[in-house]
Every structure is written in C-alpha cells, then in structure tokens.
Design a protein around this ligand. Sequence first.
Ligand SMILES: [Zn+2]
Length: 317
Amino acid sequence: MPYKARFLSLLAGGVLLATTAACGSGAAQTAAAPGGAAGDKPTVVAAFYPLQWLTEQIAGQDVTVQTLTAPGVEPHDLELTPQQVAGVGGATMTVYIKGLQPAVDEAVEQNGADKGFDAAAAVQTLPAHAEEEPEGGEAAHEHEHEVSYDPHLWLDPSRFAGVATKLSERLAEADPAHAQDYKERAAKTVAALGALDQEFTKGLATCSTRSIVTAHEAFGYLANRYKLKQVGISIDPEAEPSPARIAEVAKVAKAEKVTTIFTEALVSTKVAEVLATEVGAKTAVLDPMESQPSGGDYLSAMRGNLTTLRTALGCTA
Ligand SMILES: [Zn+2]
C-alpha cells in the first residue's frame, strides 16, 4: 500500500509539473487536469451570479461552471471555505470582479493570478461613487472598495457584452479545441445583451423624472448608460446610513419629485421605508442582481428592472 500511495503522489506531482510547463508555453488545455475530477472538461469558477450566468452562456456544455456565492447570499462580504479556496486553485479559470469581494480577490491572488479573469479589466470602468460625496456621511466611508472604480459593471448590458467577448477569447486560449464554440456562443450572448440594451434605451427615453433613489449605490453603470441620476442612500449594502445622509436624500427626493424609493431583496428595507414615508413615495424592488434572481435569469430580471423603472419614473412610449 505505501508503494501505491507513493506512486500516486509521484503521479500527481508529474501532472502538476506538466501543467505548469504547459501553462508556460501557452498551451493551457491540460490545466484542467489537476482540479478536473469530473472528466477532462475545464472547470471555471464564477465569483457570483451575473458572472456565473455570463460564463454559462459562453461555456455551454464544454466547461463545468462552479459558483462561489450561493443563491440568496449577499456577495460583498462573502467568506470562502478552505474547500472553495482550493477550488479556485484547481480551476482552469476564475471569473471575478476585482474589488467587489475581497475574499475572492485574495483567493485568486494566492492561487494563480494568471488564471483569474477580472471582468473589470475587460471593459472601461466608471470611478467609484460618481455622485458627489455626501456631506458628513460617515456611512459612506465605512465601506471601502479596494479599487478606485465602481465594480457593479454587469448592470450595463452593453458593457457586459464587452465582458462576454473577452471571456470567450480567454476560454478559447484555455481550451483551443472548443474555440469556435466559445466564439459562436459569445456572439449569441452579445446579441441578446444588445437587444436588452435597446429595450432599456427606448423604454427609458422619455420619463417624467430621471432620478433613482436606491438602497445601495449599485446602479451607477445603469444610470450612466441610460442617462439617469442615481442617489444612493448608502454605498455599503450592510451599513446603516447616518441621519444626516437620510435627511439629505429626502431633500433630493422631494426636489426631484421622486415617486419611488428603490429597495432590494437582500438588504433591509427599513431605511427605504422610513424615507418613502417622509417624502410621500412608494417603495419598489430594483434588483442589483448580486445574487441569483428567485425566478428566471439575468435577462428576465433585467427586463423586470426595466418595467419597475418605467413605472416609477413615469416613462412613456
Ligand atoms: Zn454592490
């Protein structure tokens, strides 16, 4: 038995060495082998839902896609189990957004940064907190993203399409045998996201107000793309905003004739409800899609967001 164990461990070492060499020479297809208990398919780890959805669209049957953030879990402060960290190390690639989930950033850095696909590096990002800093808003500073840009880029379908193309190129490099399949599926995904983008552009063209008051500042890219003005009650989904910040947002909401304060499923609605009562508005759920929607997928949840926005902003046409 010891001989067999020793043989197996030598074999495993050999596979690792071969993989390292293959990666160095650019032919990374064998990189799937160490983590690939399930056949010879590459394994791609997606950090949270929108990235999982995008990866699945492009990967099709050719990749095993795993997710680090379980449905219903708020992703910002995700902690990883040792098993998940090992999974990142063994995967062909990890698709993430640097700056959104520090634990994922760390796992990627420590387990092969060359196997990380940072979606934020694939597109042009917007600066964090594009809106003016709230005066005396202590809460705004409690949540420091580790990067200077806003990480919520998946909420702009046109930018997300750019990620799809870059991701398909990286998948093709990692698994050249299926390069054409990745390219074709990416083209389909880009077309679907393009159609969604058109719907948003048309649906939000003519509205009686363009200000959106949101529970947390997740909608900067959506606001930027469709010429809306986001007023985030809080930057950190888990931080209580200061009374000064709430008063300030109430003032803006009244001035901009806001009819609806937006909440989200994974965040307490208490503050939004207080604010809505104060300014005589309703509340409605706008999904930042940081977790898997309870029904449907990225596309249908985004269409749900469009319907919610059109009602709240009084959009015609
Ligand atoms: Zn967020």
